[in-house]
Design a protein around this ligand. Sequence first.
Ligand code: PLP
Length: 404
Amino acid sequence: MKNIFPGGLIERILKKTGTPVYIYSSEKILENLEAYKRSFSDLNPLFCYAMKANSNGAVARLLAQNGAGADVVSGGELHRALCAGFDPRTIIFSGVGKTDEEMSYALRAGILFINVESFEELKALERVAARLKMRAEVSVRINPDIDPHTHKFITTGKIGTKFGVAFKEARELYAFAHASRHLAPVGIHFHLGSQIDSPKPYEKALVVVAKFIRRLGTDGIKLKYLDIGGGWGVREGFDMLPPALLAGTVGPLVESLGLALILEPGRSLVAAAGALAVKTLYRKKSGLKNYIITDGAMNDLIRPAFYGAKHPVRPLVKRPGKAARFDIAGPVCESGDFLAQDVSLPTPSRGDILLILSAGAYGFSMSSQYNSRPRAAEVLLTGTNSWRLIRERETYQDLTAKEK
Ligand SMILES: Cc1ncc(COP(=O)(O)O)c(C=O)c1O
């Protein structure tokens, strides 16, 4: 993979921003979107960027300006998507627990459709739409009971998880929506999980979903949209898997259905485009273990602690000498606070910068103020030698601003 974080530029940025700071490459994000568009050009799908992966307004705006739609899972994400300039008719609203207020917001904003995940939610949506004297366009999230063979916390398409509804119940939801004056069933949705490294699970899901769509047709329910979710994998330290692999498998199955295709890529658009820059504070030993303690911690990037994610680490300056093995840990008071484990590096000097790579997705967006640590700054590289601050580092005042 090409080095998208040239040392000289990063050093200049860090002089202005300090650390920890997230740095994203706009060029890489657009390259990823283009790769999707190219691979799926025959089907011309709508790519609804899953805002949860990285919801910074500048990142979202970049994708909106280049033809992406948005997949949102909360009123807050919908607000962000509208602020970023996504056309409301390219926004879809997913998630298992939407409130009446969130559904009302989505209907008033005129989004494309709402992905419903339970019968109770569908009935609540009907009531909200009736109150607004509207007809809500809905899609049902199917749980096709397919194992995507990924981490259990990011598996969503298996029965037993909280997501979606099984086919039998889904048929009842569609019948209810079809009969309602305030609902219009327009789509069908599944999302199998994250970090899926093969098109096989999508293929398996599509085969059963296609059968179900045909059965709905015999019930007199004709859909317009087929939304196959996100989840396409990115191995840490590498580009996303070629989307042509996915397109080649799902394309023929989707074509035969004649529905407009929607995908919800999150991670694959932004993961490889981002790095978290942290500073070496201290080196220490504990028994046989060598530690590098940095000013970045699990509150900035929780993926290693949460999912066992393995982010590659690149020192900005290579120190001479033999490599040793280190755990890279932050100042947070948890043994689970690490950014990487057992990585091989020449011993850094105090003050040296480490780039934690493949951190553009579910990095900042999952960050917190745990241990009362202000959240990191964010920077967007806008050209080979240009950049801008897209979120200021939080201050101590921000920590207490909402408290009374
Ligand atoms: C409904 C839905 N769509 C899309 C995504 C994006 O998944 P990924 O970032 O793995 O592409 C998620 C992730 O949790 C999701 O829940």
